[in-house]
Design a protein around this ligand. Structure first.
Ligand code: C2O
Ligand code: CU
Ligand code: CU
Length: 504
């Protein structure tokens, strides 16, 4: 373990960092008192048997004490903001009642989960109207990973997530449970949802006031729905399941003293081998599980996690038992199926910024299927970002219904932490990233830039995973139906709706 290489680089193209963006909103250290980091409760199953798990997930309105003074009006899943953490066990049949107690329609998208589409997957074709509930059933069939649930009612996804509709989902399996990782939830295994917000009068959010077609940002870091958090460290090793849950912001993470940390998992599960870093960049929707080892610190010390030079979380060191656990050089085997002969190379070209964003020269259309892939077939997808290298931005590209492998970046090796399973990949300006993609569930699914305003603004496409022996037709949602419903729910005329992406 001692002689693993330590990477000190963010990788990515520095000129494309969001800091150079005209509309960039720098983070500011909050001047409010430090608060204990909120650790979301684990959502209690309604019932669990040897084979089945039953849950009720409620999208609800609430008020959250984020800043001193007035509470902030927020939305969440079984909580006033963000949500409780949901655990699925590989191999079990999962039954979830999805309840919408919001004043307007929403959807429940399981980002990274291997489930059929478009309804179970929960993209824009699966609205749950206010006061209603619906049930989804699926078999959990994938390796241990940190995934997430977020709202996806195109083109109001960004508004719903900004209000708080995002929460961590943990898949557990046999293999991961044997690895020497911390896994005492809330003690040495914690989710860390990184977001940023801007607060207006009376501590309220105002999405439209802060709207930016390249992605809304706020100066205040919000971690697990906590402003200016600290965490009490009581174990030598701490596992952080970090999610970039921001609408737009990239996080350039590092600790005080350039403390080394070890990445053990990426979006889709455990990495083939642990990777040591001092610096790590996450783009929107990406996850990284890391283990931080505080062996060099003593009670009373504080270790700070920063993004650039702004503190995000202060880790207050307390007494801990000595822990000599070392990680094996090899953690898990990652599937690497051969490309199916005579299949095409799919092309996804992300172009534009602001309102001009497109994929393959088109804006998203819920009724149009842009690409197809046979279930079980393994194919290359070449994903490019045509923004120019200096004036452009990184587009975090996401595909539903798969955990893919990154084959290359402009023909070169992917980054050292990109050899595991991924569902989101930051694509630099002028770059083509080659992915190896396979699906084992049928349906219509979305692929898009995960800057939520780009997604809502049309940098999104759809594909069908099909089985030629059992052709299916899907009833797809249309924009007019959704806009009519939103208008009715918000008590305004359709033309008066404040949903920026609706005019695309
Ligand atoms: Cu995080 Cu279309 O999804
Ligand atoms: Cu997704
Ligand atoms: Cu984008």
């Amino acid at each position: 373990m001692a002689d693993r290489k330590v990477y000190t680089d963010y990788f990515f193209d520095e000129p494309a960092f969001n800091t150079h963006d005209g509309g960039y909103v720098p983070l500011k250290e909050p001047d409010t008192p430090q608060e204990k980091l909120k650790i979301p409760a684990l959502l209690k199953p309604d019932k669990e048997t040897d084979t089945d798990m039953y849950y009720t997930v409620i999208a609800q309105t609430g008020e959250t004490q984020l800043l001193p003074g007035a509470k902030t009006k927020t939305w969440g899943y079984n909580a006033s903001i963000l949500g409780q953490t949901i655990v699925f066990k590989d191999g079990k049949n999962i039954h979830i009642t999805l309840k919408n107690e919001l004043p307007e329609l929403t959807t429940f998208h399981w980002h990274g989960l291997n489930v059929p589409g478009p309804i179970t997957d929960g993209g824009c074709h699966a609205p749950v109207y206010p006061g209603e509930s619906t049930q989804i059933n699926f078999k959990c069939n994938q390796v241990a990973a940190t995934l997430w649930l977020h709202a996806h009612p195109c083109p109001a996804t960004a508004q719903h997530v900004w209000k708080g509709l995002a929460t961590t989902v943990i898949v557990q399996d046999q293999t991961e449970s044997q690895l020497p990782f911390p896994r005492n939830y809330g003690v040495n295994d914690i989710p860390l949802v990184l977001q940023d917000r801007n607060f207006h009068e009376n501590n309220q959010l105002d999405y439209m006031a802060d709207y930016d077609p390249d992605g809304i940002q706020g100066p205040t870091p919000m971690i697990n729905g906590t402003i200016n958090p600290y965490f009490d460290v009581t174990t030598q090793r701490l596992r952080l399941r970090i999610l970039d849950g921001a609408n737009r912001r990239e996080w350039r993470l590092h600790f005080s003293d350039d403390l080394k940390f070890t990445q053990i998992a990426s979006d889709g599960g455990v990495l083939p081998e642990p990777i040591d870093f001092t610096h790590l960049m996450l783009t929107c929707a990406e996850r990284a599980e890391i283990i931080v080892d505080f062996r060099g610190y003593k009670p009373g010390d504080e270790v700070t996690l920063y993004s650039d030079d702004v503190p995000l979380v202060r880790f207050r060191i307390h007494q801990f038992a000595k822990d000599d656990t070392t990680l094996p050089d090899h953690l898990v085997d990652i599937p690497d199926p051969d490309i199916t002969p005579n299949t095409k190379i799919h092309q996804v070209v992300m172009a534009g910024m602001d309102e001009e964003v497109e994929i393959n020269s088109k804006k998203f259309d819920m009724q149009r299927i842009d690409d197809k892939q046979k279930v079980g077939s393994v194919e290359y997808w070449d994903v490019s970002n045509t923004n120019d290298k200096t004036g452009g931005m990184i587009h975090p590209y996401h595909m539903h219904a798969t955990q893919f492998r990154i084959v290359s970046r402009n023909g070169h090796e992917p980054y050292p932490n990109e050899h595991g399973l991924k569902d989101t990949v930051g694509v630099n300006p002028g770059e083509t990233v080659r992915l190896k993609v396979w699906f084992d569930k049928l349906g219509v699914f979305m692929n898009h830039c995960h800057i939520l305003e780009h997604e809502d603004g049309g940098m999104m496409a759809q594909f069908e995973v099909y089985d030629p022996d059992h052709p299916k037709t899907y009833k797809l949602m249309d924009m007019d139906t959704l806009m009519t419903a939103f208008a009715k729910e918000r008590g305004v005329k359709k033309e008066e709706l404040n949903i920026p992406g609706m005019h695309m």
